[in-house]
Design a protein. Structure first.
Length: 107
């Protein structure tokens, strides 16, 4: 069965965990609780992984960023982050442009 852009976007929305920027080390780190980051990560830099993977673009659109997805994959906790096959295929298909989407908050 073919994987569609909608499947990939849905998989990105299902990501678990949080990403925060570690100020002293200058790197993004992944945790599974907002309370687990420590004092070197500013509260305002902590965002859900499902939002971290989207990079703002022009005209209120966002790109599903392969570089940010790769950072999550490098953590080697795929099951806990809920990184599934649609996102793996998206990362492998560098011959295709990144997905651009207009996203809105769900209530």
């Amino acid at each position: 069965m073919a994987i569609t852009s909608q499947d990939i976007c849905s998989a990105a929305d299902q990501l678990k965990g949080f990403v925060g920027f570690h100020g002293k080390r200058g790197v993004h780190i992944v945790r599974f609780s907002e309370d687990a980051f420590g004092m070197d990560v500013a509260d305002e830099s902590i965002i859900p992984c499902s939002e971290f993977v989207w990079r703002p673009e022009q005209d209120a659109r966002m790109a599903l960023c392969r570089q940010r997805l790769a950072l999550l994959l490098e953590q080697h906790v795929d099951d806990r982050l809920n990184i599934g096959e649609p996102l793996r295929q998206y990362l492998r298909r560098t011959d295709l442009p990144e997905i651009l989407a207009q996203r809105s908050l769900r209530c």
